[in-house]
Design a binder for this molecule. Structure first.
Ligand SMILES: O=C(O)c1ccccc1NCC(=O)[C@H](O)[C@H](O)COP(=O)(O)O
Length: 263
């Protein structure tokens, strides 16, 4: 069993529990716009992640206080905050997301493994403005169904791909936002060339491309930018940073190529 299969099996149990509880979720919270903030900016934007622990790296920063860190991320110019809400594999929670969404003005991404509409309701009620749908974890039909449902609820959706076949499946949806994950969720191998390769097949210029995972240096940011990414999803590098001001300064690049940008 791959780690992704293990995570999904566990998610199914969580979903069954949620459905059994038959909770009513408050779906009235207003979403904070995301895509437009990215596309209208002159800089490649950073989606900053709260990530205590991960299957590939183990504990990264378990001392972190999500609210304090989220406020710092916002102050340093994050365009959105990604909160890993999975507890078993990432030591996050929906409570983290709710606490973060209550204190920041920028959109919050529910970074989880969504396989059922009830999780979308839960994320929206907790204050998420964006959700993630992972192509590797969903059939094409399920992906389309969940995408439709989330957009009807006023959420923005990042459709995440890692392989060409996944990209082909989601291109049929012509999604507004595609996240290219440089990490293979089955082997944990990280390769930024994934962004370069897959972005070249996204022909719709209105599609926002996000490069996700393994971004730690300015040259990584420039590589993703040159491949067409307008935003970067960064977790570990920010979680391990001892000087967030410096780290943001290093990773924030202009959308326009400059002379001194040579990688
Ligand atoms: O990060 C992992 O080990 C992982 C394992 C299995 C499924 C998902 C995983 N990560 C989720 C992410 O996509 C990343 O947290 C996100 O892109 C940020 O990555 P990084 O900047 O490398 O921390």
């Amino acid at each position: 069993m791959t780690i992704l299969e293990k995570i999904i099996a566990h998610k199914q149990m969580e979903v069954d529990k949620l459905l059994k509880e038959a909770r009513l979720f408050d779906m009235s919270k207003q979403s904070v716009p995301f895509k437009n903030r990215v596309t209208t900016s002159n800089e490649v934007q950073i989606i900053s992640e709260i990530k205590r622990s991960s299957p590939s790296k183990g504990d990264i920063n378990t001392e972190v206080h999500p609210v304090t860190l989220a406020k710092q991320y916002e102050a340093y110019g994050a365009v959105a905050i990604s909160v890993l809400t999975d507890t078993v594999f990432f030591k996050g929670s929906m409570k983290d997301l709710q606490a973060v969404a209550e204190v920041v003005q920028i959109p919050v991404l529910c970074k989880d493994f969504i396989i059922h509409t009830v999780q979308i309701d839960q994320a929206k009620a907790a204050g998420a403005s964006i959700i993630l749908l992972i192509a590797a974890a969903l059939s094409k039909q399920k992906l389309h169904e969940l995408y439709q449902y989330a957009t009807e609820k006023g959420l923005e959706v990042i459709c995440e791909v890692h392989q060409m076949e996944e990209l082909e499946a989601i291109l049929e949806l012509d999604p507004a936002i595609i996240g290219i994950n440089n990490r293979n969720l089955k082997t944990f191998e990280v390769d930024l060339q994934t962004t370069v390769k897959l972005a070249s097949h996204i022909k719709n210029k209105n599609t926002l491309i996000i490069s996700e995972s393994g971004i730690s240096t300015r040259s990584d940011a420039l590589l993703a930018r040159d491949a067409g990414a307008e935003a970067l999803l960064i977790g570990e590098t920010l979680m391990r940073s001892t000087n967030l001001f410096e780290t943001y300064h290093t990773l924030k690049v202009s959308k326009v190529r400059r002379m001194h940008d040579a990688r």
